[in-house]
Design a protein around this ligand. Structure first.
Ligand SMILES: C[S@@+](CC[C@H](N)C(=O)[O-])C[C@H]1O[C@@H](n2cnc3c(N)ncnc32)[C@H](O)[C@@H]1O
Length: 264
């Protein structure tokens, strides 16, 4: 059994390679994740404009995010299949990724998703409202995607969430000490749509722990994995703060209730 880096009633965090840790985990209701994008080729084409690269791309603390296309595709197929292997029959995977552009040619994540064992159910387009820098060589790109995958065509679903539509307008949020954190509204919508109270959510590329904090705030349990200790530390701090916020609001609610009892 692998020992967690952190554990409380709501969350467990593992430091290490998600492919090695996932087979050890219990059955999961929902995976929400954003893997590294393998964008290094952009870096090469932009080498003469280092400041442009710095503004527009992501450099992790130690993870190089540098594989050949073939290697990256095979890795991502393995990741999706490993998530499926621990996903409950009625579970869902929300896989955030974006088209890769190199040499004026586009590769879509769908190319490897369709090679995995997953049932492809829907694509959500996330309109970020703008990227960090404007590069006027093509239509200005503002979107990423969230691919909704599963084991089956029948799955747990809260139908009130149909109101979110299939295009989500969500601005990027402050970075939380991590170069690529997503806004908490992304995991929140996924969690609300595909889980119930106390269900278990997994983010195998946890980064700063945005998915875990969102799960905690919505009354779900969560597991996060990251290969970088610094990001695990950031996630632990964010979860501890969320727990404190929760306790404070519980305390205030009780106080208000007591006052109400006296006044009534
Ligand atoms: C795009 S970031 C995720 C950011 C996250 N959604 C957030 O809001 O902070 C991808 C993360 O995957 C981690 N990573 C890379 N390879 C990994 C592996 N094999 N297993 C686990 N984590 C890995 C990186 O350290 C990085 O933090």
């Amino acid at each position: 059994m692998i020992k967690p880096y952190y554990q409380d009633t709501y969350a467990a965090i593992y430091l290490g390679n998600c492919l090695e840790i996932m087979p050890e985990l219990e059955a999961i209701d929902l995976v929400v994740t954003s893997p590294p994008y393998n964008n290094w080729r952009n870096k090469r084409t932009q080498a003469s404009r280092a400041s442009y690269w710095e503004r527009t791309n992501i450099t992790y603390k130690s993870y190089s995010d540098k594989m050949s296309d073939q290697e990256y595709r095979q890795w991502q197929i393995k990741i999706i299949n490993s998530c499926l292997a621990i996903l409950k029959e009625t579970g869902t995977i929300c896989y955030n990724h974006k088209d890769q552009i190199y040499n004026f040619q586009v590769t879509s994540p769908l190319e490897w998703i369709l090679e995995s064992n997953a049932t492809y159910r829907q694509r959500i387009t996330w309109n970020r409202g703008g990227m960090q820098a404007y590069n006027p060589i093509r239509f200005y790109r503002v979107e990423e995607d969230i691919y909704i995958l599963g084991r089956n065509t029948s799955y747990k679903w809260n139908k009130d969430c149909a109101k979110y539509l299939s295009i989500w307008e969500i601005n990027p949020s402050p970075k939380e000490g991590h170069p690529a954190s997503f806004p908490s509204e992304i995991p929140k919508r996924c969690i609300k749509a595909f889980t119930h109270n106390n269900d278990l959510v997994l983010d195998p590329f946890m980064g700063s722990g945005t998915t875990l904090v969102a799960a905690k705030e919505l009354g779900r349990k969560a597991i996060g994995i990251d290969i970088e200790e610094k990001y695990c530390e950031i996630a632990v701090n964010r979860i501890e703060k969320a727990i404190k916020r929760d306790r404070m609001s519980f305390h205030f609610d009780r106080k208000e209730k007591k006052r109400g009892e006296i006044w009534n």
